[in-house]
Design a protein around this ligand. Structure first.
Ligand SMILES: C[S@@+](CC[C@H](N)C(=O)[O-])C[C@H]1O[C@@H](n2cnc3c(N)ncnc32)[C@H](O)[C@@H]1O
Length: 414
């Protein structure tokens, strides 16, 4: 880690957070939402009555740490989270947030993740590394160190910058590096603001309206976006290589619909060829096609168990669960034969839902299994509903809701 990166996050803890806001809301996101972790790493089978050890590597001001610690505390899981970061200023904010929530399951450590081998923190069931690897001089070496602290049946949640969605960022970073590499932060921020006001309309950053940090996240956002001393971005194949070099395989990209070219195409001849591609090839193509992926969020496990890590809807004992809200509420907003609209960074996509989407959703409560929902639906229709007919409709509903990150699967209701 370079001293310059540490100094940046000491001066500008990221993202800026006010611990008092913890009384009003919980910030939830990806990676590290507990439903996602269970689904993409533990096959939906994790028993949260058992101890769980998690490392938040580069925890910053605490978003991932606080969310995961709260989710685990809400379930009564005997968990231990280790928050690790080089910035004392960021840690102070994360600690204050934990205090506001009376969270006692987090241990705070100030150190570099590169020093993990000498920190004697033990091994982990889950490691979160969100927005950190792309700031290391050697991200693959950093990830390999994280993997050395991962249990064989554990997994990692990652976020790295996306190359195409950040089009324009690196042009401005290069300009600012030439104009003001070694001046004090305050002068560099001033020059960055001046430059932003003078951008020709044809400049790629000016033509990329989906980058907001310099507008919404104050000095910390502007610095992080345009003045960072160590920052690179990844395409999907580059991310797969990074993960592969560390001995892992990707089990999920969030949100899945954004990584499927079929979300953006309707021409049958194109779709037929796309369908013949492998999953990662499709994801890489979706990135090239849509061009707006600013970050890549993924889950990964040790390569030898990738095939069994993700929860699948094949078993009638699986329990579908919604990320938020109730199935009844979700069903209320659906018209029969309706569609679900997903939006992200300037793009809207509509996904057709099956005929029984409403009645199935109404029965999804995080307790009923697929077998229960099938039986209940059949009884309510007063006619025989064969399992394959039910399953075909459920699979279509699940295909859409999981793709937009709204539905996951559990094996046991623990
Ligand atoms: C962009 S912030 C992300 C914070 C947090 N993970 C989040 O997503 O909100 C990057 C964080 O990584 C930390 N960091 C950078 N290099 C690190 C290293 N080698 N070891 C530990 N933390 C590091 C920085 O101090 C900073 O707090």
């Amino acid at each position: 880690m370079t001293e310059r990166v540490r100094a940046q996050y000491e001066a500008f803890p990221y993202p800026p957070r006010d611990p008092r806001d913890e009384t009003k809301r919980l910030i939830e996101g990806s990676p590290s939402h507990l439903l996602e972790v269970n689904h993409y790493i533990f096959g939906g089978r994790r028993d949260f009555r058992q101890p769980l050890r998690a490392l938040i590597a580069g925890g910053g001001t605490g978003d991932g740490t606080i969310m995961l610690a709260q989710h685990l505390a809400d379930r009564g899981c005997p968990a231990e989270l280790i928050y690790l970061d080089v910035s004392k200023a960021a840690r102070a904010i994360a600690e204050a947030r934990a205090r506001q929530r009376n969270l006692t399951n987090i241990r705070f450590v100030t150190a570099s993740l590169l020093d993990l081998p000498t920190l004697a923190l033990g091994r982990f069931d889950y490691i979160d590394c969100c927005g950190v690897l792309h700031h290391l001089p050697d991200p693959a070496a950093g990830l390999t160190i994280l993997v050395s602290a991962l249990k064989d049946d554990g997994g990692i949640g990652l976020m790295v910058y996306g190359a195409l969605g950040r089009t324009g960022v690196y042009h401005l970073q290069a300009i600012l590096r030439q104009l003001a590499a070694d001046e004090p932060d305050i002068a560099r921020l001033d020059l960055a603001r001046r430059l932003l006001k003078q951008l020709p309309t044809t400049n790629w950053f000016a033509r990329n309206p989906f980058l907001h940090d310099h507008l919404n996240v104050g000095d910390a956002g502007l610095y992080d976006l345009l003045l960072h001393s160590q920052d690179r971005a990844y395409t999907v194949p580059e991310l797969a290589e990074l993960v592969g070099v560390a001995g892992l395989a990707i089990t999920g990209l969030i949100e899945p619909w954004r990584y499927d070219p079929a979300s953006y195409l309707s021409d049958g001849a194109l779709l037929k060829r796309v369908a013949a591609l492998g999953w990662l090839e499709r994801a890489a193509m979706a990135e090239l096609l849509v061009g707006n992926l600013k970050v890549h969020i993924c889950y990964a496990v040790k390569a030898d168990r990738a095939a069994t890590a993700v929860a699948q809807p094949h078993d009638p004992a699986m329990i579908p669960v919604l990320r938020e809200g109730s199935g009844v509420e979700s069903a209320k907003n659906l018209k029969p034969g309706g569609a679900l609209t997903a939006r992200a960074d300037g793009l809207e996509a509509r996904f057709a839902l099956p005929r029984r989407a409403g009645p199935i959703l109404t029965r999804i409560d995080g307790r009923r299994s697929l077998a229960d929902i099938h039986a209940d639906l059949g009884a309510s229709e007063g006619a025989r509903l064969e399992w394959p007919a039910f399953k075909a409709e459920f699979d279509r509903l699940y295909g859409v809701f999981n793709a937009v990150n709204k539905m996951f699967l559990l094996r046991d209701n623990n």
